[in-house]
Design a protein around this ligand. Structure first.
Ligand code: DAH
Length: 343
């Protein structure tokens, strides 16, 4: 009996467990209820009494060794099969959420592209602006209502050697900065965020986005302005798009106009977005007031120019048929995911 135990012990030591299948084979052969070790335990009955204790101990040792070997080798096999053998290369990978560009970025990029193609560069200015660039240089009289706290977020009071600072209320401030730093010909657009002290609703927000345009050279006329804007409307909304100009007033342009584009949502038939007029206002524009040119050291006798400012949200609204302004800044992925494929 002792010899038999020795033999089995040798066998166990030499048994190579090289995978989960082999481990199972080992378990069945030695450790299962019908396995070799169990059988040896049954034979213990026939061992003479004086040897029972010794043989019993040997058998227990044998069982322990077999169990330890099985546990360790099975663990190893499981680990290595997980690491490589268990890998299924044909399984689909984990999904990675792909981001997308914000609808306002898409529209801004398209506006820039359209104007780039006709020779406009891009210029930018600060969102925290002084009184000169946001108002005075643009010919706003001191008592103009836009300078009121009700409309503008002032962030630093003026006086005693301190400049008055506010969040810019329009990108027209960048016009002034460009004119101060360069001489005509100037052909530039200035995209950016602007701020106004307004209650947030579907139709108004305390911040939104504009693209300013400025063209100054010798002999620039109102006809150039009109044609440039018609070209823009057709590039942006399609060949069928029409524009109309309505006389208006801005301190920094003379004459001034507001521009409507034919409603793309109802094809000018009339809908609730265009309030059944067939037209939607998209921008303000005009010929740069000589006072504005002079304030930035440009000779108004020699040069003339036009300027315009459009709302990016308004263009996006037409492009994507989105009616509620708040959606653009709420960052709801269910909204943002809809713009994956671009324009
Ligand atoms: N700054 C104006 C606004 O915020 C828009 C505007 C109107 C810009 C006429 C211009 C312009 O450059 O010529 O409503």
């Amino acid at each position: 009996m002792k010899q038999r135990i020795e033999e089995v012990l040798e066998e166990i030591k030499e048994f190579e467990i090289s995978g989960l299948e082999k481990a199972e084979e080992f378990r069945i052969k030695y450790l299962s209820s019908k396995g070799l070790i169990k059988q040896l335990f049954t034979q213990l009955r026939d061992v003479p009494n004086e040897q029972k204790r010794e043989v019993g101990q040997l058998l227990n040792g044998l069982r322990e060794q077999a169990q330890t070997k099985y546990d360790t080798e099975k663990g190893n096999a499981e680990f290595s099969e997980d690491a490589d053998g268990g890998m299924d290369l044909s399984r689909p990978g984990d999904k990675i959420a792909v981001g997308s560009r914000h609808p306002l970025s898409l529209v801004r990029a398209e506006i820039i592209e359209i104007f780039n193609r006709i020779g406009f560069t891009v210029s930018e200015g600060p969102e925290i602006e002084d009184d000169w660039h946001n108002f005075s240089a643009l010919n706003f009289p001191p008592e103009h209502p836009a300078r009121d706290m009700q409309d503008t977020f002032f962030i630093q009071k003026g006086g005693e050697g301190q400049e008055e600072l506010a969040l810019r209320t329009h990108t027209s401030s960048v016009q002034v900065r460009v004119m101060e730093n360069s001489q005509p010909p100037i052909r530039t657009i200035s995209p950016g965020r602007v701020y106004r002290n307004e209650a947030i609703s579907a139709r108004a927000h305390c911040f939104f986005h504009q693209v300013e345009g400025l063209y100054i050279d010798k002999g620039v006329s109102f006809a150039d302005l009109k044609q440039t804007l018609l070209h823009f409307a057709k590039e942006m909304f399609g060949e069928k798009a029409q524009i109309r100009l309505r006389p208006s007033y801005f301190p920094f342009t003379e004459p001034s106009a507001e521009v409507d584009v034919s409603c793309t949502i109802c094809n000018s038939k009339g809908c609730n977005v265009c309030k059944y007029t067939g037209w939607l206002e998209i921008l303000g524009c005009g010929m740069v007031d000589p006072n504005v040119l002079e304030a930035s050291n440009i000779d108004s006798q020699e040069y003339s120019g036009f300027a315009f400012g459009m709302g990016v949200e308004r263009i996006a609204q037409l492009k994507f048929k989105v009616n509620d302004l708040r959606l653009y800044s709420e960052n709801d992925v269910r909204f943002l995911n809809q713009f994956k494929s671009g324009i």
